[in-house]
Ligand binder design. Structure first.
Ligand code: C2E
Ligand code: CA
Ligand code: CA
Length: 732
């Protein structure tokens, strides 16, 4: 453990018990070593060459600095100990303390230790050396190797002295660490004891060998250099290897394993037995959970990182991660620990917090640090993220539980669109809830459930803006669960997408839509239907095979069906997705890029992919009237798509003004509540029969003249005032 155990970049509280202890040790050291130090000036001139050699070697060995940025509590080996212990055995504690102090001063300076720490280290060694000397003096036969020759008894004396040295040194450091970082006494004492016994113990036991060598000839002393160098080098290498194994190579942050070790260690320290530090009962608990007693695990997941990575390349993605790591480091100071868990997931272990508020403060600092876009290749990238917080002891008392709960909280945050969420047991219910939803969904799809309702499809018309004609419909999933009521399709897709159930679901949707198209066709309605697919559906060619099989089976031409995939899905795995959509293209099935504007698709992608259509995301369309920026964005998206020869559909058109703005911007088609809400297939037939196409060049009166129909919630389209209006159901 050694002096390194106290290495930490945060200055401790100068008035607390820790410093009280430090100064007490310094005073003790001064007291116990005063006698031998005062006698020193006279002795110094009588010391032989062997002493000076040992002193020089002690100082030069410790002068080789260890990296000051090394792991906080890594073990170090200080070979000076071997020489100063030999000096103490042979010439008494006075000279040994002086040499040790010089070695500590040099190494403290090279390692940029705070002055208080160097002083403490000197005092700690002085006490250890005085204790070793006391054992030597107490030994029968008048000290170590008295009479010029080393006897078998001297080995026992040396071992006893080394034991005293180790006990005092380790005890003092363990106490200091305990006072500074808290934790259980026993775990503090045990911490690093094995290493200490092996490394420091073997250095100390070299001491008597060194004495024997020096007595034979001073020329033998320098022969210690190589073995000591080998030992310290090996210790250093193994420490470095251990450190590397705990670093994330890209960002230099701790990795998952390092975080696990750190959390486990901190948990042991925070787990002071209740009642120790205060009266029993409530206050006893406060002793453990009171100010500074909390520990929080924060999980950060970046938004849209995958898209950045895929659209701009891994090199840019890596630079973004490095930048995020730098910002986290700026926002979160030690003793909090930052780790990268892999991908775009980061974690922060925040210690000694005052409960939830403290954890939130840390999270807020991170959020603030991430608000400014990151400029990469001259392109400002927004890197928001969601943070989930789990606290010890409230939300778990081991690493795995805290991680799981922080993860639940993080998804909660994402789900709610909040930057930060603290773990709540209800959310866990939510995740259990989601699992059971998924199970129900699977049962419905496999046809084995009478108690889980039925999956149906609603259809929402798409209208050519210039003429008002219906050019197609989009199929949208609806599931009325007998217990849960209407399940939010977005939520449903989010849940299903993470499992193989998604493919079952899409299979069902495609089957239903093709069958429906055939029915409409038989009734004289030649409609084109758009089907939403998720990225999972495009990973294999299964969907292509299915469509290639179903269309001829129902006699539906490929031009009647179109697939909508989101920009995000496209960018998530462009290579595999490209293979699938190229096959669809060859089949004659058109692809529409959904939610356009919400991802990071590059122009290059748009140009390279066999796309027929882009759907401007409704978030922009909804804001067009109120927000000039949104309107400008929509206009430029329309222009861009037009330049690439793509049809543009605006979704989320809720009112007349938006409709007119879109018309002015040259948008081809629109979809939204202004025209019609999604409705069941049979209602669509009625709706179409009553629909009266209107072009934006006609002036509309009040709402009664609008082409739209009432809310889908009402279940039925409102009978249009002019049911005799002309019908334009077909496009092609
Ligand atoms: P989406 O593909 O962007 O679908 C359009 C959504 O906008 C639909 O929500 C629709 O009801 C809604 N919408 C239509 N007009 C308006 C309007 O004027 N104003 C507003 N505010 N909203 C309008 P819905 O039906 O809740 O579906 C949500 C999402 O769920 C869809 O977004 C789509 O991503 C997904 N989804 C729905 N059905 C399926 C499906 O069968 N398969 C897959 N993979 N995803 C589906
Ligand atoms: Ca869609
Ligand atoms: Ca959309």
């Amino acid at each position: 453990m050694e002096a390194a155990a106290l290495r930490n970049s945060v200055p401790p509280d100068r008035t607390g018990p820790f410093f009280g202890f430090v100064w007490a040790v310094v005073a003790l050291a001064a007291g116990v070593s005063a006698g031998s130090l005062l006698a020193l000036p006279g002795d110094l001139t009588r010391l032989p060459l062997a002493f000076w050699l040992m002193a020089a070697l002690a100082i030069s060995f410790d002068a080789r600095p260890f990296s000051p940025h090394a792991e906080r509590r890594s073990m170090s080996v200080f070979p000076s100990i071997c020489f100063t212990f030999a000096i103490a055995l042979e010439w008494g504690p006075g000279p040994a303390i002086v040499v040790q102090a010089a070695a500590v001063l040099v190494s403290g300076w090279r390692m940029r230790y705070a002055p208080w720490r160097t002083v403490f280290n000197i005092a700690q060694y002085a006490c250890a050396l005085v204790a070793a000397d006391a054992v030597v003096r107490l030994a029968p036969g008048g000290g170590f190797g008295a009479g010029g020759r080393l006897r078998p008894l001297d080995v026992v004396v040396a071992v006893g002295a080394a034991g005293a040295w180790l006990t005092v040194n380790h005890g003092l450091v363990a106490t200091a660490v305990r006072l500074r970082f808290g934790g259980r006494w026993w775990s503090r004492i045990r911490q690093g004891l094995g290493f200490e016994l092996l490394a420091t113990g073997s250095l100390l036991l070299l001491g008597p060998v060194l004495v024997a060598a020096a007595r034979t000839s001073p020329a033998l002393v320098p022969m210690m250099v190589l073995p000591l160098y080998a030992v310290s080098r090996m210790a250093r290498l193994s420490a470095e290897r251990e450190q590397l194994a705990r670093r994330d190579p890209l960002t230099g942050l701790a990795n998952r394993e390092a975080l696990r070790v750190e959390v486990t260690e901190q948990l042991a320290m925070h787990a002071e037995p209740a009642g120790r530090e205060g009266p029993a009962g409530r206050e006893g608990r406060a002793g453990r959970e009171g100010p500074g007693g909390h520990l929080a695990l924060l999980l950060l997941d970046l938004d849209r990182f995958k898209h950045v990575n895929d659209a701009l390349g891994h090199a840019v993605g890596d630079r973004l991660l490095v930048e995020v790591a730098a910002r986290l480091t700026a926002a979160v100071r030690p003793p909090h620990v930052i780790a990268r868990l892999g991908g775009d997931e980061f974690a922060i272990l925040a210690t000694r917090l005052d409960g939830v508020a403290g954890a939130r403060q840390v999270a807020d600092r991170v959020v603030a640090e991430l608000t400014d876009p990151v400029p990469l290749d001259g392109l400002p990238l927004d890197v928001g993220g969601s943070i989930g917080i789990a606290l010890y002891p409230e939300h778990g008392d081991d690493f795995a539980t805290l991680m799981r709960h922080a993860d639940v909280a993080m998804y909660d945050a994402k789900h709610r669109g909040d930057p930060v969420a603290v773990y709540a047991a209800e959310s866990d219910h939510n995740s259990a809830e989601r699992l059971s939803l998924l199970a129900d969904l699977r049962r419905v799809l496999e046809g084995g459930a009478d108690d889980a309702g039925e999956i149906t499809l609603y259809y929402q018309p798409q209208v050519a803006i210039a003429t008002g004609e219906v050019v197609g419909v989009e199929a949208l999933l609806r599931w009325r669960h007998p217990r849960r009521g209407m399940v939010d399709p977005e939520e449903l897709i989010r849940v299903a997408e993470q499992s193989a159930v998604m493919r079952l679901l899409t299979r069902r949707v495609v089957d239903d839509v093709v069958e429906q198209l055939a029915k409409w066709s038989a009734a004289g309605l030649e409609l084109r239907a758009s089907v939403n697919v998720s990225v999972r559906d495009l990973h294999t060619g299964e969907i292509v095979d299915q469509i290639a099989e179903r269309l001829p089976e129902y006699g539906v031409p490929p031009s009647r069906i179109q697939l909508e995939l989101t920009e995000g899905a496209l960018m998530a795995d462009p290579r595999r997705v490209l293979a699938t959509i190229s096959r669809l293209d060859r089949l004659g099935v058109a692809i529409s890029l959904d939610d356009f504007g919400t991802g990071y698709s590059s122009m290059q992608h748009l140009r390279r992919l066999p796309l027929a259509e882009v759907k401007v995301d409704r978030s922009f369309v909804l804001g067009m009237v109120a927000d000039a920026d949104d309107a400008a964005i929509v206009r430029s998206m329309i222009e861009l798509a037009g330049a690439l020869g793509l049809r543009v559909v605006a979704e989320g058109v809720e009112d007349e003004r938006t409709w007119r703005l879109l018309h002015a911007a040259g948008c081809e088609a629109a979809q939204g509540w202004f025209f019609a809400r999604p409705m069941p297939a049979e209602d669509l037939v009625t709706w179409l029969a009553r629909y009266r196409p209107v072009s934006p060049t006609t002036r509309l009166g009040t709402g009664a003249d609008a082409p739209g129909s009432p809310p889908e919630a009402a279940g039925r389209p409102r009978p249009a005032p002019d049911a005799a209006g002309r019908l334009h159901p077909s496009v092609e």
